[in-house]
Design a protein around this ligand. Sequence first.
Ligand code: SF4
Ligand code: F3S
Length: 107
Amino acid sequence: MAFVVTENCILCKYTTCVEVCPVDCFYEGPNFLVINPDECIDCALCEPECPAKAIYSENEIPQNQKKFIELNSELSYIWPNINKKKDQLKYAEKWDGILGKIKFLEK
Ligand code: SF4
Ligand code: F3S
């Protein structure tokens, strides 16, 4: 079991989540972060830190976000690690809560 970053992170990328992860298992793409499921120790510390409420436990993930389980796994082996907070994306507040952002996911 692992935690999963879901759609509402896209185009927001607040990165507050990475500061609390004890095993540094976040990986960064251009406009999205993912969690490596093999490294995540299921501690749940990151979930309340995300202002966009984009992080879920794999067993509580909404039905329409299930594709993100596979995406986190796949992309975490391609993207570089991130363990320091950086500025959120420029229009993060505008994009927060917008549905259908998966079409803007940059790999
Ligand atoms: Fe890191 Fe814990 Fe979040 Fe997993 S649940 S990504 S180990 S902070
Ligand atoms: Fe994304 Fe939330 Fe982390 S928006 S970068 S999962 S704090």
